[in-house]
Design a protein around this ligand. Structure first.
Ligand code: ZN
Length: 456
């Protein structure tokens, strides 16, 4: 009796163990995975019907059945109803809009995805995923037209454009040039109107071509060319022979000051090339990073810049310099500011109010201040001996912001004055000339304002 009891107990234990092991196997087995399939599709899709919609479906145990339907609220059209015996873990569907089936011309639809996997879970029924996307059909290109633009752009200089752009599903509005530069635009006066400043960079060999680009969420794009009269300008080119004396004294000590670690094993000539090429690029990058934003100021006004009282011009904007050593060309650069000098340690004044976006060291520019004046216009002051403002500070019109000096790549006390438009150093002379500013900026802005008012 006792023996029989013992053996049935053992049988029971063995069966229980088998059941537990089986359950553990099922629970951990891939064949019994419990994750529903993944459907990669946005909740709202804007579609211009030009390209098929891509929908990606994936599942760990493989996809068994896919049902994709499109509905206009009344009618349902089945786009895919497929069964798969192969355990594909990933499938991609290219959805095109059905040519027949919908009678009404609606522009809003619902796309439903129903997917079942090959898992043995749910009593061999598998896991099911149901997902929906709202489809907004938009085949209309955005609208765009120029309200006003400055008549001309001089090489190295700036022009303005004011335009109207619209779309039911508007995405981006900007100005693009053939130099791959994107100028941001900002709302002007009233919703739907925009303003942007455009520049023709000094270093470019080709003529400028600028167009307004307006995109919508469905991928429709409108472009409108801005018709500027392009005025070429001959800038000065000069050859500068590097002397051993200059390299061994000025350059060696400059390299020691601004890039000691990277240049310590270089020859004096290599130090010069490193400073004029690599460090210049670094400096330009720093300037680009802090001058990229365009902020709109409702009552925009600017006075001509006059940063240094009685400052004599010691180097003008746009000079192209080729450096030679032993009659061989070793480096080149464009001078993209206006160098002004008076007495050493002279007051540098901001002629316009604005906000300081940079106040610190910028290697070849030395101690430098950059002020944001709105609309993507920034003023820059380099080689200072001391800075009297801090980043984030607002400056008043006429405020002394720094003292001139010879920090950075400068070999005499002077101010390197620059105007930067969304990352590009442009001709400061334009922004120091009241007539230029009136003809090319304020008259255009004012005529656009009255045109917009009359449109209503
Ligand atoms: Zn300079």
């Amino acid at each position: 009796m006792a023996r029989k009891n013992n053996s049935s107990k053992r049988t029971f234990l063995i069966i229980s163990l088998i059941i537990i092991l089986l359950m553990a196997f099922i629970y951990n087995s891939k064949m019994f995975e419990r994750e529903p399939p993944q459907v990669v599709a946005d909740e709202t899709i804007y579609w211009n019907l030009k390209k098929p919609l891509d929908v990606k479906i994936s599942d760990a145990s493989g996809i068994k059945r896919v049902l994709i339907q499109l509905s206009d609220g009344e009618n349902n059209i089945t786009l895919f109803n497929d069964k798969y015996s192969v355990h594909d873990k990933e499938l991609e569907f290219n959805i095109t809009f059905p040519k027949k089936g919908f009678y009404s011309k609606k522009n809003e639809y619902t796309l439903t995805y129903e997917v079942v996997d090959h898992s043995f879970w749910n009593f061999f029924m598998g896991n099911k995923a149901i997902k929906e996307s709202v489809i907004i059909v938009d085949k209309q290109d955005p609208s765009v037209y120029v309200v006003a633009n400055s008549y001309k752009i001089t090489k190295g200089g700036v022009g303005v454009v004011i335009f109207k752009a619209g779309d039911a599903n508007l995405d981006e509005v900007y100005v693009k040039t053939n130099f791959d530069k994107v100028f941001k635009a900002v709302t002007f006066e009233k919703e739907g109107y925009y303003i942007a400043l455009v520049s023709w960079p000094r270093e470019q060999k080709n003529l400028l071509n600028a167009e307004i680009v307006v995109t919508d969420l469905a991928g429709n794009v409108a472009r409108e060319r801005i018709r500027y009269y392009l005025q070429d300008k001959n800038y000065k080119s000069s050859k500068i022979a590097l002397s051993d004396n200059f390299l061994n004294n000025s350059i060696v000590s400059l390299a020691h000051d601004i890039a000691d670690e990277t240049t310590q094993d270089m020859s004096a000539l290599e130090k010069f090339v490193f400073i004029n090429d690599n460090l210049r690029k670094e400096s330009v990058k720093t300037i680009g990073a802090v001058t990229d934003n365009i902020s709109y100021i409702q009552y925009f006004s600017l006075k001509p810049f006059y940063p240094l009282k009685n400052g004599a011009v010691v180097a003008s904007y746009g000079d192209f310099r080729t450096y030679e050593y032993d009659k061989n060309k070793v480096s080149e650069s464009y001078h993209l500011g206006l160098d002004l000098a008076s007495t050493s340690g002279a007051d540098i004044t901001s002629s316009n109010r604005g906000k300081v976006v940079f106040a610190g060291d910028n290697n070849i520019y030395g101690k430098m201040v950059i002020i944001n004046h709105g609309l993507g216009i920034y003023s820059l002051y380099g080689h200072c001996s001391s800075l009297l403002v801090q980043e984030g500070e607002s400056v008043m019109e006429g405020q002394v912001i720094a003292k001139t000096g010879r920090t950075g790549f400068a070999f005499g006390d002077h101010l390197h004055f620059g105007i930067v438009i969304q990352g590009i150093e442009v001709r400061p002379e334009e922004w120091m000339d009241e007539k230029w500013m009136r003809d090319n900026l304020f008259d255009v802005i004012n005529s656009a304002k009255s045109l917009i008012k009359s449109e209503k």
